[in-house]
Design a protein around this ligand. Structure first.
Ligand code: S3P
Length: 179
């Protein structure tokens, strides 16, 4: 199956967006881009460095610019950062795409998957659990309203998650075929 438009993964830190994105990329023989890596390439600096020097606001500005850039390229699989849905202008850009998938995960899973990670500046705090909970309260409704498909990734092997997404793709492409 060939992708005719971007397949965009949204969801919180540690939801498995990059892992699932790579699996889908293999399956669909379509390029995969991780928005955080693109931001780093374009800035010539790491995300922790950007947060240190420019603060979260500087990072968010770069995130919006990179999102706009990548959405204007031919169809590919895109993993966004957990905070990408915060800015209304980002949500507006995303709203013009049909294939938006929300990878949902529990706070416990997020903590497990991110515990040793030093590359997520927002998590370098004494109480990451409280922070993730507070973020989830604000962000989960935004993921929900931006997505066409929600997939629970808890206790599910990545292959199964990618299968669910491939089924959704099949259905969506079929919906669009002339009858
Ligand atoms: C962030 C998530 C990160 C990265 C940055 C901020 C967030 O991406 O964009 O550290 O605000 O949730 P991942 O979701 O890929 O970890």
């Amino acid at each position: 199956m060939a992708l005719t438009q971007h397949l965009i993964l949204i969801g919180p830190m540690g939801a498995g967006k990059s892992t699932i994105g790579r699996l889908l990329s293999e399956h669909l023989a379509t390029a995969f881009v991780d928005l955080d890596r693109l931001i780093e390439e374009r800035a010539g600096a790491s995300i922790p460095w950007i947060f240190d020097i420019e603060g979260e606001e500087g990072f968010r500005e770069r995130e919006t610019q990179s999102l706009e850039f990548i959405l204007n390229t031919p169809a590919q699989i895109i993993a966004t950062g957990g905070g990408c849905i915060l800015r209304p202008e980002n949500r507006q850009m995303l709203a013009t795409f049909d294939l938006i998938v929300y990878l949902e995960t529990s706070i416990e899973q997020q903590l497990e998957r991110t515990s040793k990670d030093k590359n997520r500046p927002l998590l370098q705090t004494d109480n990451p659990q409280a922070l993730l909970l507070a973020m989830a309260e604000i962000r989960n409704p935004l993921y929900q309203q931006s997505a066409r498909l929600r997939v629970d990734t808890n206790a599910k092997p990545p292959k199964l998650v990618s299968h669910e997404i491939l089924n959704f793709l099949d259905e969506t492409q079929n919906e669009k075929l002339p009858s």
